[in-house]
Design a protein around this ligand. Structure first.
Ligand SMILES: NC(=O)c1ccc[n+]([C@@H]2O[C@H](COP(=O)([O-])OP(=O)(O)OC[C@H]3O[C@@H](n4cnc5c(N)ncnc54)[C@H](O)[C@@H]3O)[C@@H](O)[C@H]2O)c1
Length: 433
């Protein structure tokens, strides 16, 4: 690793795997990206990108350092370290779906070799690396390799290291985000720490993969619970005639013991709405109820319904009903200035509005069209931001920076603002919720 001879394979060229590949390439490592989606492999090999905030030039720069993509798992044999960054969603029963992880490990197991380091980065419940990944690796390789526990034991090395990527947040450089690492024994820990130490300034070694897995979940549950808290307090504040945002702004002047979280239309993204339930599922094995997680889930998942109630009340003031009203949803992405709509509350809000008979359109510069996904079936195209007066209501669900909120308020009949995007703008046409 020190001499940059180590070859790095990254499995899963998505929002996590691709930036990680670029980070290693930037440090002169030869990186191979593995993905099952042929479109992604060919785009990357043609020097292109499919993630808005990653420019094609960054891919081309990485190619100069030897970066290429492939769908061929036999190339795992040539790698010294393999990092797995595949999805870990929930299934339709709200239970962990580890099929991408197990499928990946089954595919790489026949090609692993002695002294190779395998690291799982996908967010998951404590125990996955030891209880799920290790047995598949050990059973699936023809050499009969085991995970080595000491540095002189012959075998393969295995660790877990959670990803702390926060898309769209450029306040901290990626290499300045400390990297937590937990290996299956000291040998794996040492190798994993050396691997990440070559691209991150601070590596935080912990005693086991389970501690590292739990660390990631604690971070995300902390966010999930605190967002639920402000979402609940927002609803109380609205009844009391208090502006929750003014309260939060005042509270965050406290220099210790308080961290600001903001209310919104509901959770979105691949992490906060999903990861906590990995833990609550695992907890049942220990006859334990994770009540904070369940309660936070209940509050957060009710928020899109709350937005619909506020819209109904706003229309009611104008002697209108949701049924038959023309409604424009602003923003599909689950948060500002990104091109990711996974679990976005906008999708739920659009579906709820359609169910109630509204005529729904959307605008989002990041999504020219939206088709169907695991939990939605919309088939819509982006509507230009003109003639806003034709809509009975405009609902701001994602507060993209490029929107001119003053102009939006001036041109609209009714604005439902779920993000406090219209702060500072005085108008009776705005319902802030
Ligand atoms: N997106 C984030 O901000 C973020 C942050 C922290 C942690 N995570 C975690 O990181 C993991 C990956 O998330 P993501 O956002 O990058 O997902 P993603 O869907 O953007 O990317 C996953 C990639 O894996 C590929 N893939 C699926 N199965 C494969 C297989 N068997 N072999 C090779 N490639 C395969 C997919 O085609 C896709 O390109 C998840 O566990 C997620 O919870 C994500």
């Amino acid at each position: 690793m020190e001499t940059r001879e180590a070859r790095i394979g990254i499995v899963g060229m998505g929002y996590v795997g691709l930036p990680l590949a670029l980070l290693f390439s930037g440090e002169r490592f030869r990186v191979t990206g593995f993905d099952v989606e042929a479109r992604k492999v060919s785009t990357l090999n043609a020097g292109g990108s499919y993630i808005v905030r990653i420019l094609p030039e960054a891919i081309q720069e990485a190619q100069k350092a030897g970066f290429r993509a492939t769908a061929d798992y036999t190339e795992i044999e040539q790698m010294d370290a393999v990092i797995i960054c595949v999805p870990t969603p929930l299934n339709e029963h709200h239970e962990p779906d580890l099929s991408y992880v197990t499928g990946t490990v089954e595919s790489i197991a026949p090609h692993i070799h002695e002294d190779q380091l395998i690291v799982l980065e996908s967010t998951t419940y404590p125990g996955t690396t030891e209880e799920i990944v290790r047995p598949i690796l050990e059973a699936g390789n023809p050499l009969g390799l085991k995970v080595a526990r000491t540095l002189d034991e012959i075998g393969v090395h295995l660790a877990f290291s959670p990803e702390r990527e926060d898309p769209g947040n450029d306040s901290v450089a990626r290499h300045d985000i400390p990297k937590v690492v937990g290996g299956c024994g000291p040998a794996s820990s040492e190798l994993a720490a050396a691997l990440y130490g070559s691209i991150f300034r601070h590596v935080v070694p912990v005693s086991s993969p389970s501690v590292a897995e739990m660390t990631k979940l604690l971070e995300n549950i902390y966010r999930c619970v605190n967002i639920a808290l402000v979402n609940e307090l927002k609803q109380l504040c609205m009844r009391m005639g208090i502006d929750i945002h003014e309260v939060i702004d005042a509270a965050k002047t406290k220099p210790f013991g308080f961290q600001a979280f903001y209310p919104g239309p509901g959770l979105g993204g691949h992490c906060i709405p999903i990861d906590p339930f990995y833990l609550s599922w695992k907890a049942k094995e220990f006859d334990f109820q994770t009540r904070f997680i369940e309660l936070a889930g209940e509050v957060n998942s009710s928020m899109p319904y709350f937005v619909i109630d506020q819209l109904a009340a706003g229309l009611n003031e104008q002697r209108k009903s949701i049924k038959g009203s023309k409604v424009l949803v602003l923003g599909l992405a689950y948060k500002r200035d990104i091109d990711d709509l996974r679990e976005s509350p906008s999708l739920t809000i659009i579906e709820l509005l359609r169910d109630k008979g509204a005529l729904v359109a959307y605008n989002d510069p990041f999504f020219p069209t939206v088709g169907h996904g695991r939990h939605y079936d919309l088939n819509m195209t982006n509507t230009p931001l003109d003639n806003l007066g034709q809509y009975d209501a405009v609902v701001i669900v994602t507060d993209h920076s490029d929107y001119d909120y003053k102009a939006i308020v001036e041109q609209s009949q009714l604005v439902i603002d779920t993000r406090n995007a219209t702060r500072g703008i005085e108008s009776l046409r705005i319902v802030r919720c």
